[in-house]
Design a protein around this ligand. Structure first.
Ligand code: NAD
Length: 735
């Protein structure tokens, strides 16, 4: 038999009979993935085992550390994306029939899960008669399909509710979130859980070793099932309807579950992500039929989501992220980073230090006074010891991380680190003074990085002895939630510095995008025209509510006016000034911002901005008469806006600026721009990215839309990049 490189089959002659052990480990990949060729081999193995006499059980397991099966091969999925619905049904049915054999073969089937078990892998496991899971940090069972705008199509929605109950299955499938071994056992998904052996935790397992506790537990289970045949009763039960006249979940319960789940999903997705609701509908609809019919309903429902615009957009985001993980920024070899230091223990410094500590890096944190350092260290420890489950600090975590953070006032201790990140306040002289003091203490190879949001990296490097070791490392606020880091190349930054900064950012679990130096770098440069336009719309007579609503209906996490309050109006004036100085012909700062700040309204940080943020409303924005009165003084027209016009007025300047960023070479690809905006400002993933959205609209149509706004001046003037795209195939993404 021609084994795919992923699968290998061994037959073990145990006292109680022959046990087939199918082992997954693709030596050429970091993860086990179910490609078509793997599925073909899997089918051959099942044929072979069914033809043999004496097999009492099949154990499916992986010897790839931390990975059972990462899912189906998404590249193959994309190749099928334009298939007609009747072909998509067949693709789903083929998977269902293949995996469905695991619940029909004449011996017990067991998935022995160690590591991630996702998507198609979770479906393979759910079709087995039994699941045993390793109780360790890596092991997680999930149906993440909804995160790609899909739902499980190889029997996941049909089989899971029959094993764990409809409510649990609905939560698993519609949330896309993973559960660990203990949670899986508690809901009846795993029938046994194996504790981590203290020795050889990450070692590749020997296929025949009797020391492998998960395999041993699986073999014990085969022995038990071969004797007692409990799995045969479960096969009957799990093939039957969930609700029927004879029992199971009642119509009332079904109605209640449907109403609460659908309300929750609507609130979470705001109508922008259709897959969870579609999955819910399929699962509720199939409660009264047997598993075969449930599979048929699943396959038909799957055609509604597969290839939909949201599915395509989310797949794009997946591939952007995947490509980003593989990019190193340059061909240079990164230096090893075994320790970090952060200077400036404010909002950003604390976030960066906490991210380093969480990844196990010894981290020094400095500031100008013992008090500021103490506050910073406290902030870092509060963040790293936070435990989601108990919604508070976890003493064990605090004890684990405390030795890694070193609050210090000593330049020598800061300079000992492999990478030093400056996050002091936004002042060029202060930053340069600090570098002049620190640099003599730094080794020849130490990286010095700045978290500046507006000051050109090249000018900050002017007086450095080793400007080649210097670059921008621009984290976004709050660091713990925002995955983007802009790695900014100054004129003299070396390739190795870029490679090391990229590697460090990845070590922190971030998605770094390498950009060239320039005003606002990438993200703030593209964001500012959109934000500024919001103020100009207010001047023309649009209401705050209408402007913010237009942006939110487009999918932005908050409207631009509320975003001003979040960023801080004083900070926004500064950033706007930088952009105006650089691009005076198209960035015209509104007079509203200075008037607000003059009236003491700085945004969320002092509870008053475009909105008020009263404590009684737990910091939520409420309209402010005072702010509205200030705005009224700056309104110069009383135009009535349709929501389509508001959306175009906001999004088109953003898109044009993004094309200029590419023309200027600040960003290197449409993919980088899209990833940076999704991960840096929360551009809606269901749009696939700014350029992906523009591709959906079409470059020619965008030119047409811009035509309507030409009297507004330079900021709506089509760029050469846009015009060329419109003259070509109309798409920004290369095909
Ligand atoms: P912050 O005011 O919260 O903290 C700055 C800290 O630096 C303070 O604790 C201050 O005491 C300390 N400091 C000032 N001079 C110092 C010196 N010479 N040596 C040591 N410590 C010194 O500021 P922040 O919001 O954390 O911003 C820090 C940097 O990050 C700025 O360059 C800012 O532009 C940039 N940034 C901020 C954000 C944001 O949203 N806050 C986002 C991205 C980047």
């Amino acid at each position: 038999m021609s084994d795919s490189s992923l699968l290998s089959l061994a037959i073990r002659n145990e006292e109680f009979g022959d046990v087939a052990v199918l082992t997954l480990n693709d030596p050429n990949k970091g993860a086990n993935v179910l490609s078509q060729s793997v599925l073909v081999d899997f089918e051959k193995h099942l044929d072979d085992l069914e033809d043999r006499d004496g097999i009492v059980g099949l154990v499916i397991r992986s010897t790839k550390p931390g990975n059972f099966i990462a899912g189906a091969d998404l590249k193959e999925f994309v190749a099928d994306i334009d298939l007609p619905a009747e072909e998509v049904v067949k693709v789903a049915q083929r998977g269902q029939q293949l995996f469905g054999r695991l619940a029909k073969v004449p011996f017990v089937t067991i998935a022995a899960i160690d590591g991630v078990c996702l998507g198609g892998g979770a479906e393979l496991a759910i079709w087995c008669d039994r699941r045993i899971m390793m109780d360790n940090a890596q092991t997680s069972f999930a149906f993440p399909e909804v995160k790609l705008g899909l739902f499980p199509g190889w029997g996941g929605t049909a089989r899971t509710p029959r094993i764990v109950g409809l409510a649990n299955a609905v939560e698993l499938v519609t949330s896309g979130e993973g559960i660990d071994a203990k949670a899986a056992q508690a809901m009846g998904l795993a029938q046994d859980v194996v504790q981590v052996s203290p020795h050889r935790p990450d070692a590749e397992k020997d296929e025949t070793s009797h020391e492998e506790p998960l395999l041993e537990a699986a073999l014990r289970m085969v022995c038990h099932e071969a004797e007692h045949k409990d799995y045969l009763k479960d096969r009957d039960c799990w093939a039957a309807p969930i609700s029927s006249e004879e029992g199971g979940i009642s119509d009332t319960e079904l109605g209640f579950l449907g109403a609460t789940a659908s309300a929750y999903i609507q609130q979470q997705t705001k109508g922008n992500y259709p897959a969870p609701l579609a999955a819910l509908e399929v699962m509720l609809g199939a409660a009264g039929v047997d598993v075969e019919q449930a599979c048929q309903m699943e396959a038909e429902g799957f055609t509604e989501v597969f290839g939909s615009p949201v599915n395509r957009a989310l797949l794009n985001v997946f591939f952007l992220r995947d490509a980003n993980k593989k990019q190193a920024g340059t061909d240079a070899e990164p230096a090893k980073i075994n320790s970090a230091a952060v200077v400036g223990a404010g909002i950003m410094g604390q976030g960066i230090a906490a991210a380093s500590v969480k990844r196990g890096l010894p981290t020094a944190l400095g500031d100008i006074s013992a008090e500021a350092v103490g506050r910073g260290v406290q902030g870092v420890l509060t963040e790293v010891s936070y435990n989601k489950q108990i919604k508070g600090p976890d003493v064990a975590k605090a004890l684990e991380y405390t030795p890694l953070i070193n609050g210090t006032l000593s330049d020598g201790e800061i300079a000992n680190a492999d990478i030093v990140i400056e996050a002091i306040y936004e002042n060029q002289e202060a930053k340069q003074e600090l570098y002049a003091r620190l640099e003599p203490h730094l080794s020849e190879s130490t990286l010095l990085c700045t978290n500046t949001s507006t000051i050109p990296v090249t000018s900050l490097a002017e007086s450095l002895e080793r400007p080649e070791n210097f670059c921008g490392l621009h984290f976004f606020n709050p660091v713990r939630r925002m995955p983007l880091v802009e790695v900014i190349r100054g004129e003299k930054t070396s390739d190795q510095t870029i490679a090391t900064a990229v590697a460090y950012s990845k070590k922190l679990g971030k998605s770094p995008v390498v950009v060239s130096d320039g005003p606002g770098f990438l993200v703030n440069r593209v964001l500012l025209p959109y934000m500024n336009e919001a103020l100009l719309l207010l001047e023309e007579g649009a209401s705050i509510k209408a402007v913010d609503r237009a942006a939110k209906s487009f999918g932005m996490p908050m409207g631009p006016i509320e975003l001003y309050d979040t960023v801080g109006l004083d900070v926004a004036i500064h950033a706007g000034g930088v952009m105006h100085a650089a691009f005076p012909d198209r960035i015209e700062p509104s007079s509203i911002l200075p008037a607000m700040v003059e009236a003491g309204r700085k945004g969320k940080k002092n509870g008053q901005g475009f909105f008020d943020y009263p404590k009684s409303k737990k910091g939520r924005p409420v309209p402010s008469d005072e702010a509205n009165a200030i705005i009224a003084k700056h309104v110069t027209a009383s135009k009535e806006f349709k929501s389509k016009e508001l959306t175009e007025r906001l999004m088109l300047p953003m898109l044009l600026e993004a094309t200029r960023v590419l023309e200027d070479g600040v960003a290197h690809s449409v993919a980088d721009v899209d990833l940076a905006l999704i991960f840096g400002i929360g551009f809606p993933p269901f749009r696939g990215g700014l350029f992906f959205w523009a591709d959906h609209v079409g470059a020619a149509k965008i030119l047409e839309q811009l035509g309507e706004y030409q009297e507004l001046g330079k900021r709506y003037e089509p760029t050469d990049f846009l015009k060329k795209t419109a003259e070509g195939d109309g798409k920004f993404y290369p095909h």
